[in-house]
Design a binder for this molecule. Structure first.
Ligand code: ZN
Length: 291
């Protein structure tokens, strides 16, 4: 199942066809994408009976009309240095415990947005984003998958100047400017991934960029979530050992190697560039940058 936020309305998606949740459920489920999380289990049970593509009310849609699939989560966790090759390019040691910050929810955006650059050291980070379906505390590793509603694609856009200023530095603010947390195109459930032949513990993560003047896209990052130092189940278990996870919470799981900060010479985003981020089985998100 793929659940998206089409211009503010919860929408089941199959390919480029969408089905309005409120209409198709005769009002049992709200149009508000943020409201689904209060009865996620009931929603999944209903949605799994719906033939989206074959439904009489299904309609084609434009991906540019997709807003953040989880528009207002209670918590957004970001995990730093969760791939060994990215820790190495950052000249940092691999942490013994997950390095956690937040992207404040007001930074969330949809799957095709324009992002205003806040300086000349703004960087990209392609990331798998976990969406919590059933929350709780002290979730054991062997029950952690039951807490995961699904995944979506995210970019952890980061103003490195703001991120690194101060002693000690603080990650969260430099990663929380407007539209610095684009997500989408939809929340894809784990069973949907599996039934399409994807291994939810080994998904290819890529991002590439096209310059303002056009030309061939250049690959910036190309990794796999199989290389996560703290995989999804570990993140759920370790976070829930300290904080209560709630339905709809997001976990940006960290980025593989290839960020601009780790290059020689360093490279950062420029106005006019267009960034695309793709995760196997989940889809593509796109950002255009302006000064
Ligand atoms: Zn990140």
């Amino acid at each position: 199942m793929r659940i998206a936020n089409l211009q503010g309305r919860a929408t089941l998606v199959s390919g480029s066809t969408g089905l309005d949740v409120e209409g198709a459920s005769d009002g049992r489920f709200s149009a508000d994408p943020a409201a689904l999380w209060s009865d996620w289990a009931g929603f999944v049970a209903w949605a799994s009976t719906v033939d989206v593509a074959g439904h009489a009310d299904a309609r084609p849609f434009e991906e540019s009309d997709l807003l953040a699939p989880v528009p207002n989560p209670s918590q957004v966790f970001g995990i730093g240095l969760n791939y060994a090759d990215h820790a190495a390019e950052s000249s940092m040691e691999v942490p013994e415990n997950p390095l956690v910050f937040t992207k404040f929810p007001s930074s969330l955006a949809g799957s095709d947005v324009t992002v205003r650059l806040t300086g000349d050291r703004v960087d990209w980070e392609a990331e798998l984003v976990v969406v919590i379906g059933r929350g709780g505390r002290d979730i054991p590793v062997d029950e952690a998958w039951d807490s995961v509603a699904g995944f979506t694609v995210g970019q952890d856009i980061s103003d490195r100047t703001v991120q690194s200023q101060g002693k000690p530095p603080q990650f969260s603010l430099g990663k929380s400017f407007q539209n610095y947390a684009p997500t989408g195109p939809a929340v894809v459930t784990i069973d949907e991934l599996r039934s399409a032949g994807h291994d939810p513990e080994a998904l290819r993560v890529r991002c590439e960029i096209v310059d303002e003047q056009g030309g061939e896209p250049r690959t910036l990052q190309d990794g796999t979530t199989a290389d996560l130092i703290f995989p999804v189940v570990q993140l759920v278990a370790r976070l829930s050992a300290i904080v209560e996870l709630r339905p709809g919470d997001l976990i940006f799981t960290g980025t593989p190697a290839g960020v601009g900060l780790g290059r020689t010479p360093q490279v950062f985003l420029k106005p006019g560039q267009r960034l695309t981020t793709e995760i196997e089985g989940l889809g593509i998100i796109r950002q255009t940058f302006v000064a």
